[in-house]
Design a protein around this ligand. Structure first.
Ligand SMILES: [Zn+2]
Length: 155
């Protein structure tokens, strides 16, 4: 899990604790992509455009410079099948995905792009993308069912 250590310290430690806690409950989570440099984000974006076209790419992959992955506070989480390379658009339906959604706030993370908040976040539902905000904020957002934009009072 080398990628963890490229995240800012606090978020990286929280992620390790989250994964360890999950593991004790027989939920095996894997980090898919944490920190991405500008160059690799650009590459991801370009490849996605090639595959699905610009409109759809914009809905899923932030333009280089705009991705949360560049902040080092975001992580895409997956399960064993995902870690082995299977595309996990249905991760939210898996045992691991359901567990993640229910427990991630305990460690200071939020589900960044929930299904019912697409119009507020501007992103399609991503059942795998979590973002570190600290335990206090994460708990409040979880209890009140707020996304980051709502929590920060932007929308
Ligand atoms: Zn992501």
């Amino acid at each position: 899990m080398k990628k963890l250590f490229m995240m800012p310290g606090e978020a990286a430690r929280a992620l390790e604790n989250l994964f360890a806690y999950a593991g004790k409950q027989d939920i095996n989570l894997y980090g898919n992509s944490g920190y991405r440099s500008y160059a690799s984000q650009k590459q991801v974006y370009k490849e996605r455009i090639k595959k699905v076209g610009k409109k759809q790419a914009d809905e899923y992959v932030a333009e280089p410079g705009a991705s949360e992955h560049q902040t080092g506070l975001a992580m895409d989480v997956t399960n064993k099948e995902g870690a082995q390379g299977r595309l996990m658009l249905d991760f939210g339906q898996t045992r691991e995905g359901k567990w993640l959604k229910a427990n991630v706030y305990r460690f200071g993370f939020i589900m960044r792009y929930p299904k019912e908040k697409e119009s507020i976040t501007g992103y399609n539902y991503e059942s795998w993308h979590i973002r570190y905000v600290g335990v206090k904020a994460a708990k409040e957002m979880f209890n009140k069912n707020l996304v980051l934009e709502e929590y920060l009072g932007e929308k």
